[in-house]
Ligand binder design. Sequence first.
Ligand code: SF4
Length: 296
Amino acid sequence: MPRGNIPRQPSKAGRQDRVQRPVSMKSAPLKPAKLVVSLKAKPGLQTSSGAALKPAAGLSGKAKSSATPKGYSPIAPERVNEILKRLDERYPGVTCALHHKSAWELLVATILSAQCTDARVNMVTPVLFSKYPTVEHFAALQPEDLEDDVRSTGFFRNKAKSIVGAARKIVQDYGGEVPRTMDELLTIPGVARKTANVVLGTWFHIADGVVVDTHVQRISRRLELTKNEDPQKIEQDLMKIIPRSHWIDFSHQIIHHGRALCIARKPKCAECPLENLCHAADKTWSTVEIHKNAKP
Ligand code: SF4
């Protein structure tokens, strides 16, 4: 069979996407042409059961799936370290995509980023910070004064209220400086653990927790690093299995991964560096067996 004629196979649907095998080939066994290339590129890797890698999802079009197999631990240190290593290789030096020049600006940008793209926030904040250059300027406002400036980020009334409330708290209780401990940050209106972790990790380089946003939430579940859905529980799970030295980078890398490849609706599994470590139920291409419970 000529190489290159085998399309990617969607493991979940069990059918190939928009591509049909020629009638003359339908009885012939398929060879994993793409997989050979893939596996050669990653020598020594094994399936979760320790067997040599092979296309368990199958080019036959019938994805093999099961509950998480007995004896397989998705949070085994070797697997977690391999995931971290590949993320380091794929996303070296990544950092927060929100533009900022101070802890205060990062705090405001993170509050604005809820349910909004970083690109949109980055369009809004330069205007905002040129109009109100310091935390004291924000503290002197009424929330309604800010609403028009942040309207395009969505939920603008709540966000304006949080930003003005945060500014007042920081001016009144912290001398105009964003505090650098989790406990203190959590006293600020509009700041929960995610925002606090962003500020601590990105600005102060303090690893006090793991940022769990929608990407980290989805991908951690796909990778079976957690079974929880609640962000705080996910963070606790991740903190137990990821070395503290990786807490900050892991979040940035997973957020980039979630935007570039492991997108919510149709992950680009065939291009993913974690592919043969991932058993997600909604993979679009797989060389390993699918675990029914590994889903967002
Ligand atoms: S293989 Fe697919 S589902 Fe798994 S992490 Fe990569 S892109 Fe996401």
